[in-house]
Design a protein around this ligand. Structure first.
Ligand code: ZN
Length: 195
């Protein structure tokens, strides 16, 4: 089942999310629904707060980045990079900072170059509640850093300069009000009901 994606301006995107345990109701179903929602929206990552749940869970499938496109060769190592992260903890971020043009399913139509460290060391539980500690680099690290920010109540636009943010304010306000065209179902915090 596809879930509506919460838009910029909703308070749930600003909460520090809570850990969950194995008794979380219908966790399997939720994970399936999050993947289905992410694929339908052509995303590579989706965090639980983006479907209205302030819990420490996100899903990732980076395989679109494994394929070559017009401007850039793909990274074959991302072919099978499909993972569920539960109660993750970023242990450290290291390496040179690099810019990548990020977008977010909760902030449609805005893409900006965001600078983050190249490597990340993360501890997390998978969908079977088995613990892992992995080091990731490049795009894999990038997606994890972006999704991890979501469960900390942070968004990529927070990292923009005050000037850039001021320039985007009108666009962000329009998203909150639902005045944006999207190809997937969204929940807008200030959308006017009726016509
Ligand atoms: Zn996002």
């Amino acid at each position: 089942m596809k879930l509506p994606i919460v838009a910029y301006g909703d308070p749930v995107l600003r909460k520090k999310a809570e850990e969950i345990d194995e008794d979380y109701p219908d966790l399997r179903g939720l994970i399936d629904n999050m993947f289905e929602t992410m694929y339908a929206a052509r995303g590579v990552g989706l965090a639980a707060p983006q479907v209205g749940l302030p819990i420490r869970l996100f899903v990732i499938d980076a395989s679109p980045f494994a394929e070559d496109d017009e401007d850039e060769p793909g990274d074959p190592s991302l072919q099978d990079f499909k993972k569920v992260f539960i109660n993750p903890i970023i242990i450290e971020e290291t390496g040179e900072k690099w810019a990548f043009n990020e977008g977010c399913l909760s902030i449609p139509d805005i893409n900006e170059d965001i600078v983050r460290p190249e490597h990340v060391l993360i501890n997390y539980l998978d969908e079977n509640f088995e613990e892992h500690e992995v080091g990731l680099s490049g795009l894999a690290a990038r997606i994890v850093q972006h999704e991890y920010d979501h469960i900390e109540g942070k968004l990529f636009v927070d990292k923009l300069s005050p000037l850039k943010k001021a320039m985007l304010k009108g666009k962000l306000d329009a998203i909150t009000k639902g005045q944006v065209k999207v190809s997937y179902r969204m929940k807008f915090p200030q959308q006017k009901k009726g016509k």
